[in-house]
Design a protein around this ligand. Structure first.
Ligand code: NPW
Ligand code: ADP
Ligand code: MG
Length: 283
């Protein structure tokens, strides 16, 4: 299994073109949150904004608008119960995240169907958390979706999707399972030293720590992935860089802190990315 190390960061994260504008850095739509899980939408969208996404829209329940607008004024909001506005937002996005804190009720299921039916080839779709649980429960096929697919299950979600118990989640078994579920998808199995499976290539990050074992850390990862794909386009390397960046920043925080909270990680993203971009520029 190939190891992903720090060098991936400067292969992707580059200084910004002086003549650029927000439209150059990705239009991200995050379909997330529900009454009990408002924080997931906040962490995902805040991570996307801090990792450099040009425009971020959160589709969620109206009751959470004030919290989102207060915490992340940069993000726009859409009521995901308004199908016309949600469909319009899906059409306009370059990258769509669905699942963090969405819950698994009938309405959440209909949103997963809406996205899978409407995502287009030039878009990237990040499926996480509740969306993965719905896909597993309903045995939804991912094969008609022409978008670039990124699946980000933790080991419990991967067990639901693949049927593999955690002790059976070996490289070979994971590869066979993803080839059956969605052969073109990029799969991240999140754990200590998370693994990426993509078109017969398998890689693993060498960063990450137990301080990250806190609710919302995966929601944060979805925002970072969306932001990097929005800025640097979809590729295996872009996703490897996003996955590594998440744990790399967490490791720096863990040197001096007992736990790594999503908010701490998110706040550090612009500074760490600037350092990486400066190094990239120096060659
Ligand atoms: N602040 C918010 O708004 C937050 C909202 N959140 C939202 O909550 C929703 C539910 O998501 P979820 O991940 O909490 O629960 P679920 O899908 O039932 O999976 C747990 C099951 O899997 C098992 N398990 C095995 N290995 C595991 C592993 N490595 N990591 C984790 N679990 C592992 C585990 O085993 P157990 O711990 O019981 O032994 C259990 O059986 C989802 O929408 C999410 O986005 C969260 O993001 C938190 C912050
Ligand atoms: N012990 C650990 N070592 C390294 N990374 C960890 C550890 N525990 C959790 N993480 C990382 O934190 C994230 C947790 O994701 P997830 O379980 O989906 O969180 P949530 O749904 O609460 O946001 C993953 O990226 C995972 O790799
Ligand atoms: Mg999660």
């Amino acid at each position: 299994m190939k190891k992903i190390n720090k060098s991936i960061l400067s292969q992707i994260i580059a200084p910004r073109n002086p003549n650029s504008y927000k439209g150059n850095y990705g239009k991200i739509l995050i379909i997330a949150g529900s009454l009990p899980f408002g924080g997931a939408a906040i962490m995902s969208s805040s991570a996307a904004v801090h990792a450099g996404a040009g425009l971020v829209t959160v589709a969620t329940v109206q009751e959470k608008f004030t919290a989102i607008n207060t915490k992340i004024p940069e993000a726009m909001t859409v009521d995901y119960h308004n199908i016309i506005e949600t469909s319009d937002a899906i059409n306009k996005a370059n990258v769509i995240v669905i699942g963090p804190g969405l819950g698994t009720d009938e309405y959440a299921k209909s949103l997963v169907h809406l996205v899978l039916d409407n995502a287009k080839a030039e878009q990237t779709l990040v499926l996480d958390a509740s969306a993965l649980t719905i896909i597993a429960q309903q045995k939804l096929s991912l094969s008609q979706t022409s978008a670039n697919l990124i699946l980000t299950p933790h080991q419990g979600e991967w067990r639901r999707l693949s049927g593999l118990d955690i002790d059976q989640q070996t490289e070979q078994n994971n590869q066979t399972a993803i080839n059956k579920i969605a052969p073109n998808a990029l799969l991240i199995v999140k754990k200590h030293h998370s693994e990426i499976y993509y078109q017969d290539q398998v890689s693993q990050i060498t960063a990450g720590n137990a301080g990250m074992a806190t609710g919302g850390m995966g929601d944060t990862l979805t925002g970072i992935i969306a932001a990097l794909v929005g800025q640097f386009d979809f590729s295996l390397k872009t996703v490897e860089a996003a996955l590594f960046l998440h744990s790399f920043v967490a490791d720096k925080i863990f040197e001096k802190n007992y736990v790594v909270l999503p908010e701490m990680l998110i706040k550090n993203l612009p500074k760490v990315m600037k350092k990486i971009a400066n190094n990239t520029a120096k060659g």
